[in-house]
Design a protein around this ligand. Structure first.
Ligand SMILES: Cc1cc2nc3c(=O)[nH]c(=O)nc-3n(C[C@H](O)[C@H](O)[C@H](O)COP(=O)(O)O)c2cc1C
Length: 305
């Protein structure tokens, strides 16, 4: 018997498999496909203070071994999430949920965090700092160590729940941003979000996405994400949720060996709605092959001599 339990900043998960924000909605649709209670947790859609209708179509495109998306944080807004989605989540999933929040100002992150703080089922607050900072001319909070630290500290000040900051890979040195978040009090980090990319439509000779650029994800980004998890594990002493291109139980184990305590799975859910279920079912076999009886023993294993 392989023990699949992991712990993230004191939050126990029955296994390390977590559907990633934006690829699982608020769980409703997937709960019609399988029982969500097999999951370690799930990270719900990035939620902002006001409802957002997102970017114009087309906003997704296929790429070799991946996809581009420019959904633009479409979500019903925090009030509607608290009133409609949280009660439904409580019915379909009984474990700790990861609440993914977005914002254009530090105050908006704070407001969203406050609104979710009283909900006991929210196990972790995941702060997506890939949103444009309106006070910094639209630059992402996640591309500047000072802004990343500012949001981290602001959110930490209003919640007792563990705060995991979700880092952007669109930076020269992700370890520098990780250190800034750690110094500002983050309880953990999640990485990576999507990589900036674009495609041109040869028929129109114009960008394929209405937004021109989008975020690349899926198997194509796996080695990049893995390298970044490796770098961040070396840089800070915080639990890491590894994310980016994971599509198999083997990938989960590889991500954990690089330093992840748990693993989020994004684009794979869109390709195959049963992706997380199959990965969870296959994990014990892969762990046995690797000679571990507790999956948590894998975390950081590749760093040890
Ligand atoms: C359609 C789509 C929507 C996403 N929306 C969000 C979001 O709202 N908040 C967030 O933090 N990340 C969002 N992401 C990023 C994913 O959570 C994940 O970090 C990224 O896709 C890399 O993982 P993957 O390669 O497994 O997809 C989104 C990704 C996709 C594909």
């Amino acid at each position: 018997m392989v023990n699949l339990e992991v712990s993230l900043a004191g939050v126990s998960l029955k296994n390390p498999v977590i559907p990633a924000s934006g690829t699982f909605g608020y769980g409703r649709e997937f709960s019609e496909v399988y029982d969500l209670n097999i999951l370690g947790s799930f990270s719900f859609k990035g939620t902002t203070a006001e409802p957002r209708f997102g970017n114009p179509q087309p906003r997704v495109a296929e790429t070799p071994c991946g996809m581009l998306n420019a959904v633009g944080l479409q979500n019903p807004g925090i009030d509607s999430v608290v009133a409609q989605e949280l009660p439904n989540i409580a019915k379909i999933f009984h474990g700790p949920v990861i609440a993914n929040i977005g914002g254009s100002t530090a105050e908006e992150y704070v407001e969203n965090c406050r609104a979710l703080d009283s909900c006991e089922q929210m196990g972790i607050i995941e702060v997506n700092i890939s949103c444009p900072n309106v006070h910094c001319g639209g630059r992402n909070f996640g591309s500047d160590p000072k802004s990343a630290a500012q949001v981290t500290a602001a959110v930490k000040a209003v919640t007792k729940k563990p705060v995991f900051v979700k880092l952007s890979p669109n930076v020269t040195d992700i370890a520098e941003i990780a250190r800034a978040c750690a110094d500002a009090g983050a309880d953990g980090l999640c990485l990576i979000n999507t990589l900036l990319g674009m495609r041109i439509d040869l028929k129109t000779k114009r960008p394929l996405l209405a937004n021109r650029t989008g975020g690349l994800s899926g198997p194509a980004v796996f080695p990049v994400a893995l390298r970044m998890v490796w770098d961040v594990y070396e840089a800070v002493d915080l639990p890491i949720i590894g994310c980016g291109g994971v599509s198999s139980a083997e990938d989960v184990c590889e991500m954990m060996l690089a330093g992840a305590g748990a693993v989020e799975i994004g684009a794979a859910n869109l390709k195959n709605p049963f992706a997380c279920k199959s990965i969870i079912e296959h994990l014990p076999t892969v762990c046995e092959r690797l000679g571990v009886t507790k999956i948590s023993e894998l975390t950081g294993g590749a760093h040890r001599e």
